[in-house]
Design a binder for this molecule. Structure first.
Ligand SMILES: O=C(O)C(=O)C[C@]1(C(=O)O)C=C[C@@H](O)C=C1
Length: 382
């Protein structure tokens, strides 16, 4: 593989984007939560209720039953009262009914922006500089949701997001799969043979390994694919191209020099939808559950852990191990072992008794276990 240089993209902060100062003193949820004046419905309710309390004592007459009907109607219509939750709705709307604000990593034209729009049609997609920032933006109520990549069919896992899932307290409320079709973008007038360098997100560079090697281009890693396109355009580079989407070409006024340059036509990235609250798992559609656990050291312990699913015919769709950072090495019998966290996705809803039994069984020998979310499977790519 040709050399990869780490280069930070120029100004990855676009208008409307988030670059939060993450110091604790900056916790100010009032920046996004507004408490408006009472609505006309509230005022109507208040006057009906005060009229009824003023006339307490005559509460069995015709007047009072009319008032009861009126109060019931106002309450039913009121946006202030929580509506019964349905597991389908929970992933898609915010409680005040306004447009969902969804954080993603990158700048406009990034694949993550398209994933956010696929996950929450009609949302306001909010660009963030880092994955970490997107997590924090949800936690601090600056946005309602985050949509972040977790794995790609060619490049594998996005390890950073596995680690952040554990460090933060968000819940997985859904997944979305996006077909990723990479283009080689350059300034107008620049031909394929003029190119010496290629800029992109490391995952995107890895997904186009064969084409980039064939073209003999030196890889330069930047924060996101669209950021690479932006840099090519803003610096008017004539020896460099970006691996990015056709949408990025349109936004930054670049020419598509080559299309579908990924190593396989089936290039799919899976993104997680994250929220402050979990959704209530259902059994009305295909659900998946994501968990993370750690185990004691010993022969066959991982085999036993995975057997709790096999015994119950539960299909595993993903397993990933990551070093346990706070405690990466464990000493036992004079030896030092690496300590791991295991992330497992399985095809069952936490509403299913069989899934609950499997986790109860796993708890018997896991040293730590957390359910990251139980959410509907994205079946659009099946
Ligand atoms: O750089 C982008 O456009 C992104 O959205 C990031 C990202 C990733 O992190 O995997 C997302 C989808 C593609 O797999 C390539 C890059």
């Amino acid at each position: 593989m040709a050399a990869v240089h780490a280069v930070r993209s120029p100004t990855t902060h676009l208008h409307g984007g988030i670059s939060v100062n993450l110091s604790p003193s900056n916790r100010n949820p009032s920046a996004v939560i507004r408490f408006g004046r009472g609505s006309s419905k509230q005022n109507r309710l208040a006057s009906v209720l005060s009229a009824s309390s003023l006339r307490e004592g005559d509460g069995h007459g015709r007047d009072s039953s009319l008032r009861a009907v009126e109060v019931k109607k106002i309450l039913e219509d009121s946006p202030l009262l929580p509506k019964p939750l349905s597991s389908n709705q929970l992933a898609e709307t915010v409680s005040n009914g306004s447009r969902v604000r969804v954080a993603y990593q990158g700048v406009r034209g990034a694949y993550s922006e398209s994933a956010a729009e696929k996950a929450y049609p009609n949302c306001e997609a909010v660009p963030c500089e880092e994955f970490d920032t997107a997590f924090e933006a949800v936690e601090r109520w600056l946005v309602d949701r985050a949509v972040l990549p977790i794995e790609n069919s060619l490049g594998g896992s996005i390890h950073r997001n596995y680690d952040l899932l554990l460090r933060h307290n968000l819940h997985i409320v859904g997944e979305v799969k996006l077909a990723v079709r990479h283009c080689l973008l350059a300034n107008h007038g620049v031909k394929l043979e003029d190119l010496r360098r290629v800029l992109s997100h490391p995952q995107a560079l890895a997904q186009c390994e064969n084409t980039l090697t064939r073209l003999g281009l030196v890889r330069e890693a930047v924060d996101d694919t669209a950021g690479a396109a932006k840099q090519i355009a803003f610096e008017d580079l004539s020896d460099a191209a970006a691996v990015a989407s056709a949408k990025a070409a349109e936004i930054y006024g670049l020419n598509i020099v080559a299309e579908d340059i990924q190593d396989d036509t089936d290039n799919v990235t899976r993104f997680l939808m994250l929220a402050r609250e979990p959704i209530i798992p259902g059994t009305n559609r295909l659900f998946k559950t994501s968990i993370v656990f750690s185990l004691e050291e010993g022969p066959g312990v991982l085999f036993k852990a995975l057997a709790v699913f096999a015994l119950r015919q539960i299909n595993l769709t993903k397993i990933e191990s990551r070093p346990l950072r706070q405690n990466p090495l464990r000493a036992s019998g004079g030896l030092k072992y690496f300590d791991y966290l295991f992330y497992v996705d399985f095809e069952a809803s936490m509403a299913d008794e069989v899934a609950q039994n499997a986790l109860r069984h796993l708890e018997e020998f896991a040293t730590f276990l957390r359910v990251l979310g139980s959410y509907p499977v994205d079946t659009t790519m099946l």
